[in-house]
Design a protein around this ligand. Structure first.
Ligand code: ATP
Length: 280
């Protein structure tokens, strides 16, 4: 799916990143980055180490404020909207390094995801249940049950997160992000550190999130095979700039993309993965 509007029938983007520039002191992490995320799409941001992917994600979620450019969500300029408000508007995200409350159970982590949507303060959120209206509590329970069922984590709902294998922890992280009922689910390296089976499970969940939850997915991911298999639109960053974007096929064939990965010494790996995709 191309994000360039081709006529009146072209879908209005859910998220528009326009000319975003971000610097840390003298280091320019992002320079004039722009792309659209269409509703219902799976869009992936890829790029070699240090290309600016995490900085971009943090800028979209509101943890960093760009020095130039804008972020628009559903047509509204949210560049100056603080992170918690963005979450409430419908930008839900997971984190590269699992950010779960490890001593708490799976279910409590999911509840916190939902409360974070309602309240900006975790303590407030923890005490919120006592004040919640009954119907709202029931609605929340329904959503929690749907998520638990969907992600096949019923058997571990009362287990402390710290006792779970890594792949399941990542799934709980996704469950917590889903509990925010996001319109855009932002996944930061959803399969990093996973074995093949865990990766395939997660890929299936990402596809199903779109089908069953109607969520649009924006992910940062290093696993090229998964990105090329799942994505409608791929944005390639290198040294903080978009060097290519388009369908997986267009991006794979782009000489600048191949050069970027060659520079990072990854091209053999890239080719092998791309071959795996095309012969699959
Ligand atoms: N908090 C920070 N302070 C200073 N420089 C930073 C900070 N965060 C990122 N950078 C720099 O910004 C650039 C982009 O980094 P970023 O982490 O966004 O890249 P990345 O593509 O996510 O990398 P990786 O694939 O390794 O996670 C790098 O040069 C990095 O050193």
């Amino acid at each position: 799916m191309e994000t360039t509007p081709s006529g009146p029938a072209a879908a209005t983007p859910l998220l528009q990143v326009q000319g975003v520039t971000l610097a840390f002191g003298g280091v320019k992490a992002l320079t004039g980055v722009g792309f659209d995320v269409l509703p219902g799409s799976i869009t992936a941001v890829i790029g070699p180490n240090g290309a600016g992917k995490t900085s971009l994600f943090n800028t979209i979620s509101g943890f960093y404020r760009p020095s130039q450019g804008s972020i628009r969500f559903q047509g509204q300029d949210i560049t100056r909207v603080p992170a918690p408000q963005r979450a409430k508007l419908g930008l839900g995200r997971s984190f590269q390094n699992i950010a779960l409350f490890r001593g708490m159970t799976v279910l409590d982590n999911i509840k916190l995801g939902r409360h974070a949507h309602l309240k900006t303060n975790v303590l407030d959120a923890l005490f919120y249940l006592g004040r919640a209206r009954r119907e709202e509590a029931e609605l929340r329970r329904d959503i929690e049950e749907r998520i638990i069922d969907f992600l096949e984590i019923d058997h571990i709902r009362h287990a402390p997160v710290s006792a779970l294998p890594y792949g399941l922890q990542k799934r709980v992280e996704m469950a917590r992000a889903l509990a925010m009922q996001p319109q855009i689910l932002m996944l930061d390296e959803p399969v990093a550190g996973m074995n093949r089976e865990e990766t395939e499970d997660m890929a299936r969940f990402i596809l199903d999130v779109r089908e069953e939850w109607g969520a649009t997915v924006l992910m940062v991911e290093h696993d090229m095979g998964m990105v090329m298999d799942l994505s409608d639109h791929v944005v390639v960053l290198n040294f903080g700039q978009v060097i290519a974007q388009g369908t997986p096929a267009a991006v794979q064939a782009n000489p600048e993309v191949i050069r970027a990965y060659l520079g990072a010494g990854d091209v053999g790996d890239l080719r092998a993965k791309l071959q795996g995709v095309t012969t699959a």
